[in-house]
Ligand binder design. Structure first.
Ligand SMILES: *Cc1c(COP(=O)(O)O)cnc(C)c1O
Length: 458
């Protein structure tokens, strides 16, 4: 057990993981393949080549358990990795819980979140393949910031379509992207057919992640020297994020602890998958048995209210069909403050793990999340990004349950980003203007009625 004075558990640079972990070969069954929307056949490498470099396509489908992290990527990782694991003594005390709460803090990265863990290798492999520019979408701006930083490291241009509502309300992320050398467009834009079609229908459209993805994909697909980068959802993204869980395993071992409960927030599933997959490897090998729980916003509950079905990753229907928990590709979630969790789908790999019964999920409305975040800030001294407030709310629920039962559980979570550029959300909460989302099942059913038709067994 940790001595009471240990607040942060650090690793040396030499202890940073040198391999990413791929969970697929350890699962009892492989995840269903993505399908070509025209032929309904599994997509091959050639279908993905207009969008991604071959190294990443190989990582998307690899069945190797480990993938070496290139030296050049490790070199950039070392700017902030290994990241600290904190024991939340002050929060535990405030809650009066016998539980021991640990949080892996990814806010120490250049972008202030876990996103650079995948942005850096994605930029590296694209640069290695001779690509000139990367396009992408961003919601609140975390991913755009991370990719702009990573592109600057490897001499790539970076063009970002930012969801309109965020572009208008959150200028600081745009400025940060521009500071790292990226270009930002408000989405939907006039620059793409997908954007123009939506604006023709509704000129003041607030945008969505699905629309911004359509725009970024369209531009990449039309140019030989431009590729697209996705900040979540895909297998290679979750693969890159496993540095979080590998480090956390080592850090908990250093203080002789084993996690009983691991909770994390899920937007597309990357920080969660990155944290839990290495622990799940140990669990599947019978070496530990943590309960693994995803937390999503009540307004965008793809795991708890969505359907497990083939759907598009974007709104315009340009991406391959992926079997995942989805609310429907044209579902537009309420404009909650956790922009990074406003995605209609869930990582197909994580969806598969969920279907296999290896994890649970819960949805929490945003005022409970911000109540937790403020308590966390006042005790632990870090202002969390709006997304991990969901994980913190779930940690606090668990810690209070331990108080009731007297159980001394070890709770682990990822504090996947800080909220320094999201203070408007805190302002809304503190001044009483934040309301809970309307999580009406009828709204979810509407978008789900437009799922693409895929014959069973396709
Ligand atoms: C993007 C983002 C998320 C959501 O993405 P996941 O792939 O689910 O991790 C969560 N938290 C932060 C801080 C983010 O920037």
């Amino acid at each position: 057990m940790a001595t009471p004075t240990t607040h942060k558990i650090l690793l040396d640079e030499s202890e940073m993981p040198t391999r990413w972990y791929n969970i697929i070969p350890d699962l009892p069954a492989p995840p269903p393949p993505p399908l070509h929307p025209g032929t309904l056949q599994p997509v091959g490498p050639e279908d993905l080549a207009p969008l991604f470099p071959m190294d990443l396509i190989e990582q998307e489908v690899t069945t190797e358990r480990y993938v070496d992290i290139p030296e050049e990527v490790q070199d950039v990782y070392r700017l902030w990795r290994p990241s600290p694991l904190f024991r939340a003594h002050a929060l535990e005390k405030a809650l009066g819980t016998p539980a021991r709460i640990y949080y892996k803090y990814e806010g120490v990265s250049p972008a202030g979140s876990h996103k650079p863990n995948t942005a850096v290798p994605q930029a590296y492999y694209n640069a290695k393949a001779g690509v000139r520019k990367l396009t992408t979408e961003t919601g609140a701006g975390q991913w755009g910031t991370a990719l702009a930083f990573a592109c600057a490291q490897f001499g790539l241009e970076c063009e970002v379509w930012q969801v309109g509502a965020s572009y208008d309300q959150k200028p600081y992320r745009r400025i940060m992207i521009e500071t790292f050398g990226g270009t930002v467009h408000r989405s939907p834009s006039e620059l793409t057919a997908a954007g123009r079609a939506i604006r023709a229908d509704r000129p003041d459209h607030p945008g969505s992640l699905g629309i911004a993805i359509s725009e970024a994909v369209e531009v990449a697909a039309q140019h030989d020297d431009i590729r697209y980068a996705l900040g979540s959802v895909l297998n290679h993204v979750l693969l890159h994020q496993t540095v979080i869980g590998e480090e956390a395993l080592l850090q908990l071992a250093k203080v002789g602890e084993q996690a009983d409960v691991i909770v994390g927030c899920t937007g597309g599933g990357s920080n969660f998958g990155g944290l839990v997959f290495p622990f799940l490897r140990e669990k599947l090998a019978g070496k530990m048995s943590p309960e693994i729980r995803a937390v999503e916003p009540a307004s965008c509950p793809s795991l708890t209210k969505g359907t497990y079905a083939y759907d598009f990753g974007d709104t315009a229907g340009m991406t391959p069909l992926m079997k995942m928990h989805t609310l429907g590709h044209d579902f537009v979630p309420d404009p909650i403050h956790a922009g990074g969790l406003r995605y209609h789908g869930m990582s197909p790999l994580l969806s598969h793990v969920y279907e296999l019964g290896l994890m649970t999920a819960t949805a929490i409305p945003q005022t409970e999340c911000f109540t937790a975040a403020v308590q966390f800030a006042r005790t632990e001294g870090i202002v969390p990004a709006p997304e991990p407030t969901h994980a913190l709310a779930a940690c606090i629920r668990e810690a209070l349950a331990c108080k009731e039962s007297g159980e001394e559980k070890v709770i682990l979570t990822a504090l996947c980003g800080h909220g320094h550029l999201d203070l408007a959300a805190y302002d809304a909460f503190l001044s009483g203007r934040m309301v809970d989302e309307d999580a009406d099942d009828a709204r979810f059913a509407d978008a789900l009625s437009r799922l693409p038709q895929v014959p069973a067994g396709a």
